[in-house]
Design a protein around this ligand. Structure first.
Ligand SMILES: [Mg+2]
Length: 119
C-alpha cells in the first residue's frame, strides 16, 4: 500500500515514516506542503497529512483532492496540533477519515491508520 506522508517538518516526516515502516508499511512517498502533495498523488492509497504547512495547508489539500474524482475515496488521516473540536469537525466535514493530535505514540499512529484502511 503506497502511503503519502505530508508535513513541512522533515523531522516529523522521518518519525511518521519510521513508524509506518516498523508496522510493515514500507512503500512511502513524502511531500512538504499541499501543492507538492497533489503532484505526488498518483497511485497513493493512503494519505497522512499535517494541517499547518506553508504554501498550501492540509485542509486546503484535503479539499483539493476530495474535489478530484480520482482521489475522492483515498483514506486521509490528518495529523495536527490543532485539537479543538471546531477544527476537527471542519476537517471531518471536508473528507478527512480520522485525525491524530500531536504529540502521538507509534501505537496511536498505527491504530488510526488501520481504522481508515480496508482489512
Ligand atoms: Mg506543520
Amino acid at each position: 500500500m503506497k502511503v503519502l506522508v505530508v508535513d513541512d517538518s522533515a523531522t516529523m516526516r522521518r518519525i511518521i515514516i519510521k513508524n509506518l515502516n516498523d508496522a510493515g508499511f514500507s512503500d512511502t512517498v513524502e511531500a512538504e506542503n499541499g501543492i507538492e502533495a497533489i503532484s505526488r498523488m498518483a497511485g497513493v492509497e493512503l494519505v497522512l497529512t499535517d494541517w499547518n504547512m506553508p504554501v498550501m495547508d492540509g485542509l486546503s489539500f484535503v479539499k483539493e483532492i476530495r474535489r478530484n474524482t480520482a482521489y475522492a475515496n483515498v483514506p486521509i488521516v490528518m495529523i495536527t496540533s490543532i485539537g479543538a473540536k471546531k477544527e476537527v469537525v471542519e476537517a471531518l466535514k471536508q473528507g478527512v477519515n480520522n485525525y491524530i493530535v500531536k504529540p502521538f505514540t507509534p501505537a496511536i499512529l498505527i491504530e488510526k491508520v488501520k481504522s481508515v484502511i480496508p482489512n
